[in-house]
Design a protein around this ligand. Sequence first.
Ligand SMILES: [Zn+2]
Length: 232
Amino acid sequence: MNAAPRKDPVAVESEVREKIHLEILKRTGAYHANDHILLPSGQHTTEYIEKTLVTTEPSFTEGLGAVIAKHFAQWPVDVVLSTGPGALILSHCVARAHPSRPIVVYGTKGLTGGERRVSLPVEFQRLIRPGTRVLLVEDLVSTGSTLTLLINLVEQLGAEVVGIGCLWRRTSGDFNGKPVFSLVSRDFPTYSPNDCPLCRRGVPLNEEFVRRRAQRRPSTVKAAKSRDAGGR
Ligand SMILES: [Zn+2]
């Protein structure tokens, strides 16, 4: 008899789900795989996510937000706190689909004396009070340092972090024991150019993403001179 080890059905189901979510992200053009990519750090990798493209398809974003909301539906949530303006569209979709009908706010990131910090815009500060139940939402979790800072901020205000929902989690790190739900949990190895297996095999290096970052200049339109300002 063939006694191939059988996989745990729960693990299989989450594997299938993850594949579907990856496929959705691929269709937005945000996820690149099976490539040989130069990262801004100078490292090489096989996979890449363009964060700014993740939420360009409204129906996909709504669908993915609903999956996160469904996971946290059993917990009452007063506020969905986006880690920054970048994750705000996803946060909106999560809040819209959560049965508690939470409000949505966002944190801001910055540097003070070379140290990373997060804060809440003044207008939002009164919305997170002692006892407020907060769901944190992030698009891509790499090191998780922003999330850790935000958890501390929420707890300093006397509020409670219900959990963390994200699209993509690259780290398996722990966030003070808070429940984390991610649509895709996947880290990809990065290599220094000297011991990159793709370089060794002679696979051409894709420098597109680094070049694009170097050229990144927002398109601007100058305000019209007064001649046009008053209309006709
Ligand atoms: Zn390489």
